[in-house]
Design a protein around this ligand. Structure first.
Ligand code: GLN
Length: 552
């Protein structure tokens, strides 16, 4: 007998940024810990086909999946919490779904018919949900409808899930805000009432309401929400502020959310295994040491632009029982002197990815500071390219070394556009995207960190190290310790005789998980603490360290 897939649809009310994505990730964690196969889908109502063409300051970081799709940052949380490898199918946008319907129309699939949002787009959405469920062999599909109920742009998605609920087993969960007003600290329920009202106008009554508020909801407040929203009091759930996002599954579990959802689906409650999760949260909340790491960038006023990096550091910190304090260094228009001042006293410097000219020279100053002062340095993507430029300028003495990305007429383009990118005009989905293999140099530090010769990491870039400069860089001591299998693309670099100076063309931050921190971040943080175990060049890392690495 074919199994009956269950769907949980999460909507949002009152305002954006309530943490629907984290709610889904947390609920998914609880369901997974009870043995269910989970697959999440995020719906973004914008018209862009994917997140790749948006500045990270619009919707936060552009997350990249193995299959090369550029997706909403919520998918990063889904992958991290649920330890899954998702595909492009887990992110629907208005652009993507309409494009699919329009392509079908042009092919003649609907020949003779008037193609309309209802039923053609709504049907297409339902087929999409079912296909994702089938392909992933999921027991439960978690669907997050982006935006806020009442927005014109997500109406079609709400209609599609309303229709889905007529045929399939669907539970609706509504996330809303319960603000606390004034000196008396009263929890106000009207915004929740209003947004549930709007949802009911569309034909959807929530089965459970998740209320974000500073504190747990008072009993009387739950009663009030229950009465006005047509939901039983036991299904009004509190979402109080937390110290770190990994506490959310535990807070939901305390309120029996997963069991309540299972009960609504008519399932018995089953044993859960949250042991490792509990342990991780407890080490996170009780650190024994702390370090300060500078993140240097040009989107620093919106931390969401760097969310995967922040989380990777948190994972590595957790494993090392170390609190990570972040010092944000906005590198736009800063002189070398100013940069050096801002970096004083940091334990480590991380130069993340980025695009374009703004802030670039400031980042190069940061790299110089790390190299000269023997401060642990991790460069990611642009950070890798800028480390090459810094080395070329200040060690190899190629004074005008630069990248054609921000100096198109530069005479020493140590970083240049990739050959196969030269004639690419379209911007959407055309970078070198997704997972690519690299071969690590034996006896290199990076080889010891990963513990294996062949690795794969996710990528998102158009530029690369110009091989014409490889020899001069290497002759001056820079080690390209990881390369593409055809030896054509430089993937990792490191410096000997430095505490930790490593950079990669890839984005390892997309693969770190709370319970399986990425080895590169793990080792970087250890080095910042001053506890590096992997020595500079060591063919036989100690057993304890190997165990740690195999954990990845
Ligand atoms: N801007 C650089 C490139 O396109 C680096 C990209 C990045 O950091 N993701 O190659």
């Amino acid at each position: 007998m074919e199994k009956r897939v269950k769907y949980v649809v999460v909507t949002g009310g009152v305002l954006s940024g309530l943490g629907k994505g984290l709610f889904i990730s947390s609920l998914g964690t609880l369901l997974k810990s009870r043995g269910f196969n989970i697959i999440p889908i995020k719906i973004d109502p914008y018209v862009n086909v994917d997140a790749g063409t948006m500045n990270p300051t619009e919707h936060g970081e552009v997350f990249v999946l193995d299959d090369g799709s550029e997706v909403d940052m919520d998918l990063g949380n889904y992958e991290r919490f649920l330890d899954l490898t998702l595909t492009t199918k887990s992110n629907i946008t208005t652009g993507k779904i309409f494009k699919q319907v329009i392509d079908k129309e042009r092919r003649g699939d609907y020949l003779g018919k008037t193609v309309q949002p209802i039923p053609h787009v709504t049907d297409e959405l339902q087929s999409w949900f079912k296909e994702v469920a089938r392909e992933s062999n999921a027991d439960i599909v978690l669907i997050e409808i982006g935006g806020t109920v009442g927005d014109i742009e997500n109406l079609i998605f709400l209609e599609s899930v309303r229709e889905l609920s007529l045929e399939e087993e669907v539970i609706f969960i509504h996330c809303a805000l319960v603000p606390v007003m004034g000196g008396v600290g009263e929890q106000k329920t009207k915004p929740v009432q209003q947004s549930v009202h709007r949802l009911r106008e569309i034909g959807i009554t929530p089965n459970l309401i998740f209320c974000r508020s500073e504190e747990y909801l008072l009993d009387s407040i739950k009663e009030k929400i229950a009465k006005f929203c047509g939901v039983r009091k036991e299904f009004i759930i509190s979402g109080p502020d937390v110290k770190n996002i990994y506490e959310i599954p535990l807070i939901l579990d305390k309120q029996g959310v997963a069991d309540k959802v299972m009960k609504m689906f008519g399932c018995e409650s089953v044993e859960k295994n949250l042991y490792s999760w509990n342990e991780f949260v407890s080490t996170l909340n009780n650190p024994e040491k702390q370090v300060t790491i500078a993140i240097t960038g040009k989107y620093t006023y919106l931390k969401d632009a760097y969310v995967s990096i922040i989380e990777s550091l948190v994972h590595a910190g957790g494993k090392n029982a170390c609190k990570i304090n972040l010092r944000w260094v906005e590198t736009t228009n800063l002189s070398e002197e100013e940069v050096f001042k801002l970096l004083e006293g940091v334990d480590g410097i991380l130069v993340p990815g980025g695009f374009g000219a703004r802030g670039v020279e400031g980042k190069i100053h940061c790299i110089k500071y790390a190299r000269e002062k023997d401060i642990p340095f991790l460069g990611l993507c642009y950070g890798f390219q800028l480390a090459v430029i810094e080395y070329a300028r200040n060690v190899c003495n190629i004074k005008d070394a630069s990248s054609t990305e921000f100096k198109s007429d530069c005479l020493s383009p140590v970083i240049d556009i990739m050959e196969n990118q030269k004639h690419t005009l379209a911007k959407g989905g055309t970078m070198r995207l997704g997972i690519y293999p690299a071969i690590l140099k034996s006896d290199s530090r990076i080889r010891n960190i990963y513990g294996v010769d062949n690795i794969s990491e996710r990528h998102r870039h158009r530029y690369e190290v110009n091989n014409n400069y490889r020899a001069v860089l290497e002759n001056n001591g820079l080690i390209f310790s990881g390369v593409s299998p055809d030896n054509n693309l430089m993937e990792f670099l490191e410096l000997p005789n430095h505490r930790f100076f490593i950079a990669t063309q890839a984005h390892p931050e997309f693969l770190s998980r709370p319970l399986k921190p990425h080895p590169l971040f793990l080792e970087f943080v250890k080095s910042c603490i001053g506890e590096e175990v992997v020595s500079e060049i060591m063919s036989n890392p100690p057993a304890t360290d190997l165990e740690l690495l195999n954990d990845f």
